[in-house]
Design a protein around this ligand. Structure first.
Ligand SMILES: Nc1nc2c(ncn2[C@@H]2O[C@H](COP(=O)(O)OP(=O)(O)OP(=O)(O)O)[C@@H](O)[C@H]2O)c(=O)[nH]1
Ligand SMILES: [Mg+2]
Length: 240
């Protein structure tokens, strides 16, 4: 029967870094079931950041990035011998399990995440994360926009209105209504990342009888991300 498992031999290209992107399934519904605060639920973001930390500890990615209900992991050590079915299914179920543990809520339905694998060359890492960070910003503008439109119009009218508006028009509309998105917390605009940071440790090497500098790493959750740039990824050792 083994020959029927026709997808089990699919593997990611050898020696390629990969990005795994997870996305919450029907989290629009989950958000309403759990009464998540609109437009941004601080507790939900805390939970997702803990999920990112669990993923970091389990799969040792170089970088994890999240906003809304999506998480991207950049991996150079590809697990499970690169087997696509195995990577997608294990990481998606691990993510859902972690989400349930940290949320500790009574869910109406078991939460799930979908998962996709993107082979990526070093030259495209910055481009990928900029793309997702731009999406985080669009999400920030849109979700604030729809929230405030729904205060003034029935839901369907508010939805129609937002569809017809450009990003800068929503920005301007919010500004006219006293909401300056520049003042919104950084993580709502730029997302959250988990990565390794290094502490400089000055010590004394007894054997060689001299002072010595070493570096100790720790896992850091960054709620104050800059706009992604080459310098940023170089400074944290993700690109050379
Ligand atoms: N109220 C609230 N909702 C949130 C928050 N973050 C994410 N969401 C919800 O999560 C949804 C994520 O969007 P999508 O991934 O496009 O939609 P989805 O319903 O998950 O559908 P699929 O991913 O296609 O299964 C948003 O539309 C919101 O409804 C939050 O902080 N507050
Ligand atoms: Mg989703």
């Amino acid at each position: 029967m083994k020959e029927y498992e026709v997808y089990s031999s699919m593997r990611v290209p050898k020696n390629s870094k990969i990005i795994i992107r997870l996305d919450g399934r029907a989290f629009h519904k989950l958000a309403s079931d759990l009464n998540l605060v609109k437009p941004y639920d601080e507790n939900f973001y805390k939970i997702i950041s803990k999920v990112c930390l669990d993923l970091f500890k389990e799969f040792s990615p170089l970088f994890v990035y999240t906003f809304s209900d999506e998480i991207s992991l950049l991996l150079d050590n590809v697990p499970f011998d690169g087997r696509i079915e195995k990577i997608d299914s294990v990481i998606a179920s691990f993510t859902a399990g972690s989400f349930v543990i940290h949320y500790g809520a009574e869910f109406k339905k078991p939460p799930a995440f979908d998962s996709r694998i993107i082979p990526i060359s070093d030259g495209d890492i910055l481009r990928y994360f900029r793309w997702r960070q731009d999406e985080s910003w669009r999400n920030c503008v849109n979700s604030h926009g729809i929230y405030y439109l729904k205060n003034s119009y029935p839901d369907n009218e508010a939805n129609d209105k937002i569809k017809g508006m450009k990003l800068n028009e929503i920005h301007e509309f919010l500004f006219q209504n006293g909401i300056n998105l520049n003042d919104v917390e950084t993580y709502k605009k730029r997302g959250i990342a988990v990565y390794r940071k290094y502490n400089k440790v000055e010590g004394f090497n007894k054997k060689e009888n001299k002072n010595q500098t070493s570096y100790r790493s720790y896992v850091y959750t960054d709620w104050e991300l800059p706009i992604f740039s080459e310098d940023f990824f170089k400074s944290i050792g993700v690109i050379e």
